[in-house]
Design a protein around this ligand. Structure first.
Ligand SMILES: *Cc1c(COP(=O)(O)O)cnc(C)c1O
Length: 428
């Protein structure tokens, strides 16, 4: 595979952009090599600037349920663009999209739109703190909720449950209010509650997609609900990735546990920058201008982004059967990968939730971040390189999730498995 143009483009990019990328994972640091620079997408495929074609199992990290250049979404965007790019004034499309999403969930009366998942979660945390008049929050090791200060924490030393900043530039005075618990471990959450003077909220990815794909156990989520109720804290489900991905109703639709606040992003923008958070009326009414909790955005509810999101969500609602098909194809893919790996003596742990799939090079089941970290990341890197060279674009880290879009079919999955067999043979 010739990647000369991408090599040159990456070099030039690094001269003017830190690491050559606008979001770190894109630099391929954990798998090595040069990221293909993308020229265009078409249905299930990406084309790089050297003219190579790849089957795209990333789909912009989740947003593209219908693959690249879906005609319905494209038309909605173009029609909207012709009416003006931004007004900073209310438009009806915001109401229509808010209604479509809130109608899906019992506990969501009102929604506010923002421009990214980070912003959605940051605002949801402020809302929870403002509503409960408490400062502490509980999050889980291995869950990612965007790059706002409160959430960039890592485990401190010893048995301390209070987080320390995971990035320079984040004040310890801020992260001291973030307690870190273990995913799928209710005892660790109890300990956080006991160590805190007042917990505003527990935030979790109910299907974690940012440490690889690690679904939460239902009884664990029920335990969180009970603890939040006992202590008067709010439960936030961060469905920025799993929303309209794990099922039509996201992870919430699979687990039967009701959160107080939900956050969205990715799919609800259909490929444009959109985030959202929603809750019941009593909580949402605390937001300005109705209430005292401040939150705002010049480009929030941008009409072009809203129209892309509305077209995407409407098409999903018209075709709820896609999730069964996603699940079937994702299972065919991961079962096939597992079997092919086994044939070469390689242990693979696989998971599927709707259109989300994950695989760990790991001999043991992965239930939390510590388990995930036991995976063989060098083996993953070799697998990734081998697949990329054969024209299959998987997420460039062991700790990310893969995505199926409606343009992936049996034949593409079979081609992927044929390639994977050859790669496993090479890297074993
Ligand atoms: C992607 C993601 C975010 C952050 O969204 P951005 O749009 O990248 O800011 C937050 N939470 C989860 C669960 C995500 O997967």
């Amino acid at each position: 595979m010739n990647t000369k143009q991408s090599h040159e483009a990456f070099k030039k990019a690094q001269e003017v952009i830190p690491g050559g990328v606008d979001s770190p994972v894109r630099a391929f640091k954990s798998v090595g090599g040069v990221p293909p620079f993308i020229e265009r997408g078409e249905e299930a495929y990406l084309f790089d600037i050297d003219g190579n074609r790849y089957v795209d199992y990333v789909q912009s990290w989740g947003p593209l349920i219908f693959g690249h250049c879906d005609a319905t979404i494209e038309k909605a965007v173009i029609d909207s663009v012709k009416k003006g790019l931004s007004f900073g004034a209310p438009t009806q499309v915001e109401t229509v999209l808010a209604k479509k999403i809130s109608d899906l969930f019992d506990g969501i009366d009102k929604i506010r739109f923002v421009s990214s998942g980070t912003e959605a979660v940051m605002s949801a945390i402020r809302l929870a703190r403002g509503y409960t008049h408490r400062d502490d929050i509980i999050k889980f090791e291995g869950c990612y909720h965007g790059h706002s200060d409160s959430l960039l924490v890592q485990a401190g030393s010893g048995a301390v449950t209070f987080g320390t900043p995971s990035s320079p530039g984040v004040p310890a005075d801020i992260t001291k209010h973030t307690l870190l618990a273990k995913y799928n471990d209710i005892e660790s959450v109890k300990q956080c509650f006991e160590n805190s003077k007042g917990v505003a909220c527990v935030i979790i990815e109910p299907v974690a997609g940012n440490m690889g794909l690690v679904p939460a156990d239902v009884d664990f989520l029920e335990g969180l609900r009970a603890l939040c109720d006992e202590y008067g804290a709010l439960l936030i489900f961060d469905e920025v990735m799993s929303g309209f991905r794990a099922s039509l109703k996201g992870a919430t639709g699979l687990v039967g546990v009701k959160p107080d606040i939900m956050t969205y992003g990715k799919v609800i923008g259909g490929g444009m920058p959109v985030g959202a958070f929603g809750s019941r009326e009593e909580i949402m009414n605390e937001l300005s201008p109705d209430g005292p909790i401040y939150q705002a955005g010049t480009l929030s509810g941008n009409p072009v982004a809203m129209n892309a999101g509305l077209a995407s969500v409407s098409k999903i609602l018209e075709h709820p059967e896609i999730y069964a098909e996603f699940g079937r194809l994702a299972k065919k893919l991961t079962d096939g990968l597992k079997e092919a790996a086994k044939g070469e003596g390689i242990d693979l742990q696989v998971n599927v939730r709707g259109s989300m799939f994950g695989f760990f090079f790991n001999a043991h089941e992965v239930k939390n971040f510590a388990d995930a970290l036991q995976s063989d990341t060098q083996m993953f890197a070799k697998f990734h390189q081998g697949m990329l060279e054969r024209g299959f674009y998987f997420a460039c880290s062991q700790f990310e999730t893969g995505f199926i879009c409606t343009k992936i079919n049996d034949s593409i999955v079979e081609q992927t498995l044929d390639a994977a067999k050859a790669v496993f043979k090479e890297i074993k």
